[in-house]
Write a protein that binds this ligand. Structure first.
Ligand SMILES: CC(C)(COP(=O)(O)OP(=O)(O)OC[C@H]1O[C@@H](n2cnc3c(N)ncnc32)[C@H](O)[C@@H]1O)[C@@H](O)C(=O)NCCC(=O)NCCS
Ligand SMILES: Nc1ncnc2c1ncn2[C@@H]1O[C@H](COP(=O)(O)OP(=O)(O)OP(=O)(O)O)[C@@H](O)[C@H]1O
Length: 199
C-alpha cells in the first residue's frame, strides 16, 4: 500500500510526512534522496561540476546548494539541465526504497514525499496521490519565514513549480494544512481510517 504525497514548496509535506510516520507509516523522502545522490563520490556531483563549473562546489568538495539554487531558480534552462542529471538517479533510488519497504512489511503504508510529482508525471508509481494544500499567500509567507528568503526569491521558487491550485485539482485527495497542525492531524486520521488502517 502506498501514497504519493505532494504539494508546493513549503505547503507542509514534511510536517504531514511526520504525522504519518508517527502513526506507523514508512517514509521515503525525495528531498533526502536528492541530497544523497549528490554526495562526494557520486556520479551526479561530478556531472553537476562539469555542467555548472567548479564554483558550485565548496572547498571541501561538497555541493554549494545555495549557489546552485540561485542559478537554477533564476533560469529554466539551467534548472532543466540540473534535473536531467539528478532525476534519473533519484527515481531509481525511490523505486528501490519503496520495493524494499513493501517487501519487508507488506501490510504497512509507505508514504513517498515527492515535491515534483505532477511536474515529473510520476502519478503511475502510486496507488493514491495526496496533495498538501495551503493557499498561495500562506505558502509564500511560510516559505519566506522558514528559509529567510526575500519575497522576490520566494516568488521565483514558486514560479519554478506548478501552481498549488492546479495540484489541488489533480489530487486524489487533499489535506488542507492552512490551519493548526491539530486540524491537519485529524485529516490524516480520517484518511487512515478510510484505508482501514489502525490510527
Ligand atoms: C537546487 C538545489 C541544489 C537547491 O537546494 P536547497 O537546499 O536550496 O533546496 P532543497 O533541495 O531543500 O529543495 C527544497 C524544495 O525546492 C523545490 N525544488 C527543488 N528542486 C526543484 C526543481 N528542480 N524544480 C522546482 N522546484 C524544486 C522543492 O519543492 C523542494 O522540496 C536542490 O533543490 C536540487 O538539487 N534540486 C534538483 C533535484 C530536485 O529536483 N529535487 C526536488 C525533489 S526530487
Ligand atoms: N499547520 C501549520 N501551521 C503553521 N505553520 C506550519 C504548518 N505546517 C507547516 N508549517 C510551517 O511551514 C513551513 C513549511 O512546512 P514544511 O517544511 O513541512 O513544508 P514542505 O512542504 O515539506 O517544504 P519543502 O517543499 O521545502 O520540502 C515550516 O516552517 C513549518 O514549520
Amino acid at each position: 500500500m502506498n501514497i504519493g504525497l505532494t504539494g508546493g514548496i513549503a505547503t507542509g509535506k514534511s510536517t504531514v510526512s511526520r504525522l504519518f510516520t508517527e502513526r506507523g507509516a514508512a517514509l521515503v523522502d525525495l528531498d533526502v534522496i536528492a541530497r544523497e545522490i549528490v554526495e562526494p563520490g557520486q556520479a551526479p556531483l561530478s556531472q553537476i561540476a562539469e555542467r555548472f563549473g567548479q564554483a558550485v562546489l565548496q572547498e571541501d568538495g561538497t555541493l554549494n546548494r545555495r549557489k546552485l539554487g540561485e542559478i537554477v531558480f533564476a533560469d529554466e534552462n539551467e534548472r532543466r539541465a540540473l534535473e536531467a542529471i539528478t532525476h534519473p538517479a533519484i527515481r531509481t533510488r525511490m523505486r528501490a526504497r519503496m520495493d524494499a519497504l513493501q517487501n519487508e512489511r507488506p501490510d504497512r503504508l509507505v508514504v513517498v514525499d515527492v515535491p515534483l510529482l505532477f511536474e515529473s508525471s510520476l502519478q503511475s508509481y502510486f496507488e493514491q496521490v495526496v496533495v498538501v494544500y495551503v493557499p498561495r499567500t500562506v505558502q509564500l509567507e511560510r516559505l519566506m519565514k522558514r528559509d529567510g528568503l526575500s519575497r522576490e526569491d520566494a516568488e521565483r521558487r514558486l514560479a519554478a513549480q506548478m501552481d498549488i491550485e492546479e495540484k489541488k485539482r489533480l489530487a486524489d485527495r487533499v489535506i488542507d494544512n492552512s490551519f493548526g497542525v491539530e486540524r491537519t492531524a485529524e485529516q490524516i486520521d480520517l484518511l487512515l481510517r478510510d484505508k482501514g488502517l489502525p490510527v
